[in-house]
Design a protein around this ligand. Sequence first.
Ligand SMILES: CSCCC(=O)C(=O)COP(=O)(O)O
Ligand SMILES: [Mg+2]
Length: 240
Amino acid sequence: MTQAILTDIEGTLSSRAFIRDELFPYAARRLPGFVREHSREPGVKRLLADVRAYAGRSLNDEALIERMLAWMQADQKITPLQALQGLVWEEGFQRGDFAGHVYGDAVDCLRGWHDQGLALYVFSSGSAHSQQMLLGHSQAGDLRPLFTEHFDTRVGGKKQIAAYKAIAERIGVPPGQILFLSDTVDELDAAGSAGLRTTCIRRAGDMRDAGGHPRAADFHGVDVNGAPSIRPVEADHAGD
Ligand SMILES: CSCCC(=O)C(=O)COP(=O)(O)O
Ligand SMILES: [Mg+2]
């Protein structure tokens, strides 16, 4: 029996268009000003130091901003950069520049599953803080009370088997009793190899293959206690 549901954000509970066409361009527009304004604050300073260390060279703030914008353009998932983006989005969410898009079927089912006693978790490349911003300022209101915990790439990359094992350990539920929902087959493969149940969300118009995972057109189509996904143990994918 499934006891816990772990869900991805982009392309799964929120639309790819919202993340790619609204959130990321907003972060790209605002990041330079944000860094110039806040770089002396301890939290921001620490994140900038971590990004600099990742770059492997000593860059001044302006060169670092250029590098971060290039990484964002290439959709590189770099943990401290994701955290900085989250701080930029926080300003936007709080100012009401946008509200988090969450599909209606996801809102209905997440509420229903929560009421049935299932524990709900998020695993996204977006920082845990930005996940909470999106869900706390969603078009359907504050959805944060539905979720027990948020995981980001500090636990490991989303295509890495070890990340799912670490999440299962952390939440204290056997992997076979956790259902992972995502639109990305490499993530589902990694979760399946860690022993989690999986379902691929393939919304209307998304013609990508589901890689052999159970598939659903939206959250209403998810069979929470369906047959476990049997996946061979595979090597971790590199990267995110
Ligand atoms: C406010 S959540 C930001 C989403 C994000 O930054 C991202 O990279 C989405 O990736 P996901 O792992 O949710 O597909
Ligand atoms: Mg996704």
